[in-house]
Ligand binder design. Sequence first.
Ligand code: GN1
Ligand code: MG
Length: 381
Amino acid sequence: MPEELTEGEIAERIARIGDQFAVSGDFLYGEELRNGHINTTYRACYRSEDGQVDRYILQRINDYVFKDPAQVMRNVEKVTRHITWKLLRRRRDAAGQTLNLFPARGGRNYIVLPEEGGMWRCYNNIEGTHTYDVVENTRQAYQAGYAFGSFQDLICDMNPEDIKESIPDFHNTPKRYADLLKSVEADVKGRVANCQAELELLKSWESRYSRITDMLASGELPTRITHNDTKINNVMLDEETDDAVCVIDLDTVMPGSVLYDFGDMVRTATCMAKEDEEDLSKVRMEMPFFESLAEGYLDAAHNFLTTKEVEFMPFAGWLITTEIGIRFLTDYLDGDLYFRTEKPEHNLIRARNQFKLAQSIDSQLISMGKYVRRLMKSYSK
Ligand code: GN1
Ligand code: MG
């Protein structure tokens, strides 16, 4: 599928795809949203006869990443419906909106368009909101924590049998590391020589990778339905107040540990540098951001978390940051097949950035733990 189209060609394409869904009115314009690494995403805008302007999100599901896109859609449908049900029952305003799917021609909630590169779906655009690719202040960190904590609370009573794994072993850190070692062995692009220091560092951390998966296997940690991609730009905040409104990107909602969700928030809501910042002196975990994030998250989630889950919250931040770094590095060695890249060595740059952040988190684990324990005490008063 051609990825580099002119603006005019993109608009035509968006109009063609939008026409397949239950959207009404005259097509006004369309634009590409480029802040994800995986799916192709467009926003389409229509004006109806009475002058009302409606916007929709059209998205192609990446079938290299999601081997069974129809299964992803079944999961997404169950999750969005469950949340809608719960919001209607509770009338709660926290994170009070959800994505909804619009039906496609033929009656499914997606449509396969071989000439447009595969499977497409259509969501409502969450109006009056915006996202941040990088956290700017502690209030945003609090809101992100609160939004994902509320989201976990909304879906925690779903029937786990209903939700299938859309990507097996998605957050299986030891498996991710084993996959990296396979790519090192194969070295298909001759790139291993460029990342010796990173590989040494990862080897020195090896004994810690299975800590969470081991506790899930032994039952020490509960398996719950979780989001699994809780980066800061997956939460929509109110344009004016920056209050959390809605959690998006539901493709990886699967059974897992809430710790990976919290960990990914630490990775993206406590560091003011982008994931691909090359000046590593800017890449560090900021303690005041962690404090606000933990406060937001626990305000929403302290009621249902177990003691073990709370205990491992800081460690999870280190673990997933390392895990994502491992995945970037693996993709770099494999020849950039998985994550969309925009410049040479992009995945290596991302990996180095993540390892720097992981080191920064590692050096602050004790203070992070103290803060979380203090917060938990404040709820029992
Ligand atoms: C990918 O959806 P997107 O592009 O924001 C990836 C996540 C990574 C993230 C790193 C399905 O997320 O696991 O944490 O990039 N999603 C998938 O930025 O692999
Ligand atoms: Mg995603």
